[in-house]
Design a protein around this ligand. Sequence first.
Ligand code: SF4
Length: 979
Amino acid sequence: MAELSNYPPPERWDDWRELDPQAWPRRVERAYTLVPTVCFNCESACGLLAYVDKETFEIRKLEGNPHHPGSRGRNCAKGPATINQIHDPERILHPLRRRGSRGSGEWERVSWDHVLDTFAERMHAAFAAGRPNDVMYFVGRPGEDGFADRFLETWGCDGHNSHTNVCSSGGRAGYGLWMGTDRPSPDYANAKFTLLISSHLEAGHYFNPHAQRIVEGQHEGGRVAVIDPRLSNTAAMADHWLPAWPGTEAAVLLAIAKVLLDEDLIDRKFVRRWVNWRTYLIYRAPDSAPSFENFLAELAREYARYTPEFAEAESGVPAGTVVQVAREIAAAAPAFCSHIWRAAAAGNLHGWQITRALWLLNVLTGSVGTVGGVSPNAWHKFIPEPWRKPPANQQWNELSWPREYPLAHNEMSFLYPHFLLDGDRGSQPVLFTRVLNPIWTYPDGYTWLRALRDDSAVGLHGAMTPTWSETAWWADYVLPMGHGPERHDTHSYETHAGRWLGFRQPVQRVAMERAGHHVEFTYQANPGEVWEEGEFWIEVSWRADPDGSLGIRRYYESPYRPGEKIRLEEYYRWMFENSVPGLPEKAAAESLDPLAYMRKYGVVEISRDDYESHEQQIPDPGDTEIQGPEQTLTLRSADVTHLPLTGRPDTIAAVVDGAPRRGFNTPSRKLELLQPELIDWGWPEMATPHYRRSHVHRSLIDHGRGEYVLLPTYRLPTLIHSRSGNAKYLGELSHTHPLLVCPEDAARIGLNTGELARVETEIGWFVIKALVTEGIRPGVVAASHHMGRWRLREDKGMERWSSALVDMVEEGDGVTFRRVHGVRPWESSDPSSSRVWWSDAGVHQNITFPVHPDPISGMHCWHQKVRVRPAEPGDRYADIHVEFTRSRAVYRKWMALVRPAAGELRRPIWLFRPVKPTLDAYRLPEDRRSREAREALSSAPSPVAFHTLVDWSPEEVWGPLDGAPTRAAPAGGRIRPDA
Ligand code: SF4
């Protein structure tokens, strides 16, 4: 009998009946099989439950999976909107090959066999010739843990490139340098005080699992403070909104730290046990006795400059508020939560130091690993080992890990097109882009466009994507890949103080198999010929090594059928049977095998209430010694065939109060307040958390010249990057993003709500509508940079739910985009398309932004100084103009800030790196560029003298907006003392 119900119980998932709402007012009952999967619309990996029609195997809706420990049945708008992505009448259903030149927009349908053979032939040639780095896998949204890393290792290439340095490297680098783990896991639900430097609650990243727990914490009396120049949804719900000037957040945080120190509100026991204070004293006060009291005195001296009054002068946040927040944090400790992701850490030069300053507050108050505190995410995430793990590769790819950025947290992906166009750094014979749309999502998209259409830079480009994108338009092949409910992945995230493993699965395939149909490949169940990537990688790898002589094929053999090609379900079956603790037992308790259990629930909980893991005692495995001032238990000989992704392979514990304890993933296994690696690699002034003025400091902004700080880094909560484009529900909810301007600035500029503003960047300009609001602090303007989709043809190249038709005109060295028309109704197989009522598609800002690589973290610093003025006569909404020559000049200007590797190694071995190569690959070759770096170093001031660089004068930072780079001298770096 059909009934209304929340969360049908799993025992009825195989046969669930509901009334068909579209048949109303008739009562028409439909039978569904409910198949769990995992959302792919952000990294939170929430559980979804697909309602698959038992007759047609059509997916009718997607709701939350109540058995998922992270999301607990609750999703944001983007989860259920997956149904739109699946049924979009304009989605790409077959592989396409371009005809004519790149970007000509002419496509023809080809077979998957042709695609696989074309790519496999090129890959085979590269691998057989010993040039594995000819092949690159460039990923936007990974949405999985480990599968890509494994196939790259089977190919023996250093071919992983990712979007992380335009996303979260500023946050990650700060956390990583403190604790060896690059993400925090806040225990929001139990927090008594939460401090967020982020718009993330409503901005998409971890939106739902974290948001629901922040609200739970508030319901239990927890208080929330938000530091954000914009009144985000989160700030609006907070107890304190601290709209600091962008880039001054560390001044506020360190003033809070000073209050904690001055008023003795710190957790002395925690700090004494877990901070590397002995190392700190060696560097900061080598003549003093190594006592904890001396450390505290020295620390107080170091941070004495950060008075609340100093913080107020820099940030605009009242000194009294700083003191009040400090005392509230102390009162809440150790149930004090904090979080930074993107936001200030992704906006500013030295943004990673804002992260370091924030984490200092958790450390001083002992709110680390506690109930209501913050843990390293590694404690709350689980990645299972795969079948037959390949060895680490022996390559180093300088297109992604250039020696100029030895401390970069991730690949310097946004410099990739510049590197390709430099001419002397190499080219890319085979490029896979996967859920990646850099022409639109990245800064400086026009440089991307020029590099991607240059066949001397990129030989063969396959765009693997579930949707059309601005970038796919310039590819050689467009390869349609499945959305979340059309593919297999394992995925896990730090949503709370526990561990779980999610299993994304192609729900139509599973439904057909439940009904007794045999499905060999997922594309047979998916719409059209939409493949899932796992099967693609198995096939292309198998064909790239046709006789097994390259040693690749053996990693694609079945664990169950020796010598035969593995099926994707066998890959996961082996993993579930052998690598997931507790899963076989849970499955057996229900008379299921592990794969069947995961097919049934789509997730398994591995542990809960995981706190204080650093205190875990480690049995001494023997053949160890205790090393260094922090008493680090160290193996005399460690296995280095696979370097750990973060941390050293030989250090296993810190001896604390006489017992070896697990500690953290740093070299000392302690929390590294003073990070010796920063000193060794030429940045001694950055070794401890400090405030440095950013490239958008107030002293650099002259309102008299129309200058403001542009803050683009926030998302609208209902949008993803490219992939929400074909979700009609989301387009209807969010389709405009005005420039936020506060009233006093609007009056000075001469703008009213709805009027057009021209915003000039260093390399171009864009035209956008103004919204005058008190929700943005004076001196700052803001517009979310996740909007402004465009297409060059009326009926192809982009979904029409979200994109405007534009003319693209290249003249001289620049390009201008002018909107022909915005979103408008059209006829399709979906009646909704003829009812589209909105016309705005937003403005593509990112393409007018130059690259701003932070010289340490490698993060693109999104914030920028702009000129804002009323639009000129003739300007039209969404006009965009970019000058290529200027973008190259700004690239070179920021490159002049680096301190390259000039010693024995390319980068510190223990620092996080995706898909780490062998130890040997870390060795810096003795070549022309090494010699030049050393020469520059020997003629450059000592590293300490570089301190002056961080207090640039306005001219040094900017030069005139229409000018050439003003800094030409290369910076140095320092040969490691032990080299
Ligand atoms: S928070 Fe992310 S994973 Fe969860 S439903 Fe929303 S988009 Fe999907």
